[in-house]
Design a protein around this ligand. Structure first.
Ligand code: ADP
Length: 487
């Protein structure tokens, strides 16, 4: 059994902006079910504090001139302790974890997450006298990137693992910010935290962690290439022996069509028929023509370039002519939101766009849809295609990252071999997307063939147990590497 400090800037259901929250809300539980002693470290945002009924103060200190208390609670529905970094000056404010209500990054993000990292380091070195020192510190994305760099000088430090959930977000700040944070001047070097004249939080993880992993095997290879490497592909090549990929799992209790309380009708692989009641219920709810037979395509996404919105918009004039309906839920960059809403206003019988974040509706769309649209330009792992598989909703995806690792195209050979579970768009273009869509719509007209694809999709095993086992092996490798480094 190892003691693991799992550091994340979000964790479902306490606070969520994307896939990282789903992972941080599930993996610690799966690890503790395997016998590991895990503590989750999370900022005490107001959304988190509202859900916490009882918390105990474990320690207090002063960081960057702010009073900080460390509170203990539990990850809901589990025994996993969640340690909350309670610093009202940094975290108690309206808006999201990273951006304000207008979608602008908080001006003091560097300070907020440097403070978060500093307290993590003090826990890791048992400087807060908690009587609990982790063997492993597991960092996730740039918000915890400084931790491996700050721990590096200490002989008695735990081993460090840095997980890349999305390399496109690196936590880049000015040289002035680097100075203001009081980081050791040694760290200002292109081989360390400097990135072309800027401070890079993520480099703290990429340069210094004993082990690095990405959230799918294919993404772990893609980021070694300039097209996907976001300027750090050279560094990752240098650290290639320490880099691997572990596919995310999904929470099969929350995402279970047989028991999902958000659905109009529950269903399973053994009893698929009620699935279409979800379609008609959603059509009614959103004001689309109610027709159980028309194929329904769903999409739930952050509205950012990564998610393939440009090719969807390029293809939209043709999409609205196809014999199907499209429902999109998401929020993000205003220009995407506005263009999609305009298409929906002009084609209310074909397209419905809901701008916003809505957990209930996301479950309803997964259950109601026949097909799920996810033509991402890059995708570190992707969770929605996994939820779709579980809901018998066939994903239409691009051939990248975790999408390539989880979706098997419904071509003749894969169908004969009973492997097919979705549709792959062969290149990032409107033309390729439309070709794949037409193929999917043609197959939809063959109910027996379609049902076979659905059953293959629903049988896939994407449980966290499997991923947790891989992480436990990786922790052992990180410990061995740490021993070599500090020896
Ligand atoms: P990413 O982390 O890049 O946003 P993922 O597919 O890994 O993409 O995870 C996204 C998660 O966020 C999924 O659980 C998805 O259902 C959820 N999600 C994204 N946008 C919305 C939204 N507008 N409403 C509800 N859930 C959303």
């Amino acid at each position: 059994m190892s003691k693991i400090l799992y550091i994340s800037s979000e964790a479902f259901p306490l606070i969520k902006t994307g896939g990282l929250a789903d992972v941080a809300g599930s993996l610690p539980i799966a690890l503790s079910e395997q016998g590991e002693a895990v503590r989750l470290l999370l900022p005490a945002y107001p959304q988190v504090m509202q859900q916490v009924e009882n918390s105990q103060q474990l320690a207090k200190g002063n960081y960057y001139g702010f009073e900080v208390t460390l509170l203990e609670t539990h990850l809901p529905n589990s025994e996993v302790p969640a340690w909350l970094v309670n610093c009202p000056a940094a975290f108690d404010r309206p808006g999201g974890p990273y951006v304000d209500n207008d979608g602008q990054p908080w001006h003091d993000n560097a300070l907020r997450f440097a403070l978060f990292c500093q307290i993590a380091v003090d826990i890791a070195l048992d400087k807060l006298n908690l009587g609990w020192q982790p063997d492993i510190v597991h960092c996730n994305d740039w918000q915890s990137g400084l931790v491996p760099a700050l721990l590096q000088p200490f002989k008695e430090r735990p081993a460090t693992l840095f997980t890349i959930h999305n390399l496109a977000y690196q936590g880049l700040f000015s040289h002035q910010t680097f100075s203001d944070l009081g980081l050791s001047t040694d760290l200002w070097h292109p081989d360390r935290l400097e990135f072309y004249g800027q401070l890079s939080f993520i480099k703290g993880g990429l340069v210094y962690a004993d082990r690095i992993n990405a959230v799918s095997p294919t993404y772990a290879k893609e980021i070694l290439r300039p097209e996907f490497g976001n300027g750090v592909d050279g560094l990752l090549q240098h650290r290639q022996k320490r880099l691997s990929g572990i596919l995310n799992g999904i929470d099969q209790t929350i995402w279970n069509p047989a028991t999902d309380p958000h659905l109009a009708a529950n269903y399973s692989a053994c009893k698929l028929a009620p699935k279409c009641k979800n379609k008609t219920a959603l059509q009614k709810q959103l004001g689309l023509p109610v027709d159980a037979k028309i194929p329904l395509l769903g999409m739930i996404s952050r509205m950012v370039e990564q998610k393939g919105l440009d090719i969807i918009l390029d293809a939209m004039a043709e999409i609205v002519k196809l014999p199907m309906q499209l429902v999109i839920l998401g929020s993000g960059e205003r220009h995407y939101e506005m263009q999609l809403v305009k298409w929906a206003n002009n084609h209310p019988d074909k397209l419905n766009v809901v701008i916003g974040y809505n957990e209930t509706l996301s479950h309803q769309i997964e259950a109601a849809s026949d097909l799920f649209l996810m033509p991402s330009a890059f995708e570190p792992c992707g969770l929605n295609q996994l939820y779709s598989l579980r809901y018998g909703t066939l994903p239409i995806v691009s051939n990248v990252g975790g999408l390539a690792d989880t979706i098997v195209d419904a071509n003749d050979l894969n169908r004969q071999n009973k492997m097919a579970n979705g549709f792959i768009v062969t290149e990032q273009s409107a033309h390729a997307l439309l070709t794949t869509l037409r193929h999917a719509l043609a197959l939809y007209q063959e109910p027996a063939a379609w049902e076979k694809l659905q059953l293959t999709a629903m049988k896939g095993d994407f449980s966290w147990k499997r991923s947790a086992e891989h992480y436990i092996k990786l922790y052992q490798l990180a410990l061995a590497d740490r021993d070599q480094t500090v020896a």
